[in-house]
Design a protein around this ligand. Structure first.
Ligand SMILES: Nc1ncnc2c1ncn2[C@@H]1O[C@H](COP(=O)(O)OP(=O)(O)OP(=O)(O)O)[C@@H](O)[C@H]1O
Ligand SMILES: [Mg+2]
Length: 429
């Protein structure tokens, strides 16, 4: 049966056909429960994309994100050697990708597929490695970040201080001082010392700040020298960075946002540099070992780039959304609430995979960016989806088409929805 290809414009289609595309599901033909599955649907993964996966609770969003990641690891060798996947796991559900999806063996068989674990690495913050080992989750590596990667503004946003507040100004002074003293290589302890020695800060403020920075030490993620950026990328493999542990703390989302922001910035800089040497190579220079193109996946994206207010991840993620194409960065943003997501993310998405949505304001948010090639109202498209998990409408700006698609079952174990001992929200809560 002929493949339906999304994410590719006419020119690329003529040049490459279906090379560098991956199988994500089957075209749904018919309406409501009176439907059948027809042509296979393939998606381009060799060009940079911004993909939005939306849908109400339990509709299959996280699952669909994992299907895309699985497929990238199964590409032909000469293509996947240029691509890596980074899943910033905010919910603690992607650790199981290395295991085969035996629970859906029957369903997979109907699709002509077999349960299969994918090549993945599971990274957790250094401070928590023991906790993961205690619950029997195998960790491949403990990661840390360089304290010097945090700007004064990052600290302010993370702690919830305004830039011009007394606390904000004190942080600004302390960071300036550690930087002039140590350059980029310093620890939280060094920052604390500067705060304590600062004559311009009142005692009360000092105490408040010191206790904040001490708790930041307990996050178990900052060191003088963090894990080298290149270690986060592995060609043709999925690297899962688990930041879900921070759900347990009251400042959970702000700590996670800070981590997401730091990763986003790191990846952007690494890929900008890599892109330069790739171009140099194309111009006839000698090939240099660089980090591969990257697909970044982020679940619960509205928590990181909200439509109202900012987080420590807002600016770095919006930079990726707007400028990630040139350095070869693709983003998969997953959200239950498109209405709560920053409008620039919606506007920049070139592929939207929307599972069933019911909240009027969320449908409205998608309608607001509704492409001109849609003939019917988005509500009608969504209404005509069969009521089964994994059905979605796919809006593709590249081919200017819209399709109903049933996303294929996963090859690897899905921890997100399965009633096993380790609960859905995170490994520990
Ligand atoms: N394409 C699919 N094929 C078969 N089953 C699916 C598919 N997609 C989802 N499911 C089933 O639906 C369940 C829920 O999916 P998932 O965890 O992806 O939901 P979600 O939209 O991310 O929910 P939440 O908003 O709560 O995070 C899965 O555990 C799985 O059993
Ligand atoms: Mg989910």
């Amino acid at each position: 049966m002929e493949k339906i290809i999304i994410g590719r414009d006419r020119k690329d289609l003529e040049a490459y056909g279906s090379r560098g595309t991956v199988f994500i599901g089957s075209h749904i033909v018919g309406e409501g429960e009176d439907f059948h599955l027809a042509n296979p649907v393939h998606m381009d993964v060799v060009r940079p994309h911004v993909i939005l996966i939306a849908g109400k609770r339990g509709s299959g969003k996280s699952y669909t994100g994992a299907v895309i990641a699985e497929e990238i690891t199964k590409l032909q060798k000469e293509i996947k050697k240029n691509i890596s996947v980074l899943m910033i796991d905010t919910m603690g559900i992607y650790w199981s990708m290395g295991r085969p999806n035996e629970q859906d063996a029957e369903l997979l068989r109907e699709w002509g597929l077999k349960p299969e674990g994918v090549k993945m690495r599971f990274f957790v913050p250094k401070g928590f490695i023991k906790k993961y080992n205690d619950v029997g989750v195998k960790v491949d590596r403990a990661f840390t970040l360089s304290c010097g990667d945090m700007t004064a503004t990052d600290w302010m946003i993370t702690f919830g201080f305004k830039p011009l507040s007394e606390e904000g100004l004190a942080i600004e002074r302390a960071i300036k001082k550690v930087q002039s003293r140590f350059g980029r290589i310093y620890s939280i302890k060094d920052i604390i010392k500067e705060i304590e020695n600062d004559k311009k800060t009142m005692e009360k403020t000092k105490n408040a700040l010191v206790s904040r920075f001490l708790s930041a030490r307990d996050w178990g993620v900052f060191e003088r020298m963090g894990t080298p950026a290149k270690d986060f990328f592995k060609k043709g493999e999925v690297t899962v960075l688990d930041v879900s542990h921070y759900t347990r703390t009251s400042t959970g989302w702000s700590v996670r946002s800070m981590l997401v922001g730091l990763f986003a910035r790191k990846i952007f800089h690494e890929r900008l540099t890599a892109r330069k040497s790739e171009e140099f190579e194309v111009m006839g220079g000698e090939a240099k070992k660089t980090i591969p193109m990257v697909w970044i996946m982020i679940d619960e994206a509205h928590q990181f780039v909200p439509s109202e207010g900012i987080t420590a991840a807002s600016e770095p993620l919006l930079t990726l959304v707007k400028e990630g194409r040139q350095p070869g960065i693709s983003l998969v943003m997953i959200t239950q609430r498109p209405n709560k997501l920053h409008p620039d993310v919606l506007a920049q998405s070139d592929i939207i995979i929307s599972h069933r949505l019911t909240a009027e304001e969320d449908i409205k948010a998608l309608r607001a960016i509704m492409q001109t090639y849609m003939i019917k109202d988005i509500q009608e498209y969504i209404n005509s989806l069969p009521r089964q998990k994994g059905s979605a409408i796919v809006l593709d700006d590249n081919s200017e088409r819209i399709y109903s698609v049933q996303i294929r079952p996963r090859l690897s174990w899905h921890a997100g929805g399965s009633p096993i001992a380790i609960k859905k929200k995170g490994i520990f809560d």
